[in-house]
Write a protein that binds this ligand. Structure first.
Ligand code: FES
Length: 104
């Protein structure tokens, strides 16, 4: 499995996820209960960055029309999200967050 460095751990906070573009794909890095999670960052309903949404209790609410997604699983919990989101494995290596682009 190949790992891609995304950002430093200090760049991700629970209420302020990190938005990255990796090989042309927008991916949000979220912090939930001291674990880092990577998930597609574009809401499938229209075009909004979920990393700019409202994060609470392991869920993120889309800033445009309030769809809700589970950050750990990518599951769409409230419409109009339209579908579940892809999630990616993460790991921390020397203070850097890395992800694997292979979908979980
Ligand atoms: S763009 Fe996310 S709910 Fe509409």
């Amino acid at each position: 499995m190949s790992w891609i460095t995304v950002c430093e751990v200090s760049q991700v906070q629970e209420e302020f996820p990190y938005s990255a573009k990796i090989h042309g794909t927008e991916i949000g890095i979220f912090l939930v209960e001291n674990q880092y999670y990577a998930m597609e960052d574009i809401c499938p309903h229209a075009y909004a960055l979920l990393s700019q949404g409202f994060v609470e209790d392991g869920k993120v609410e889309c800033p445009l029309h309030e769809a809700i997604f589970d950050i750990k699983t990518g599951k769409c919990l409230r419409e109009p999200g339209g579908r579940d989101l892809k999630t990616y494995q993460t790991r921390v290596h020397e203070n850097q967050i890395e992800i694997s682009l292979i979908e979980e």
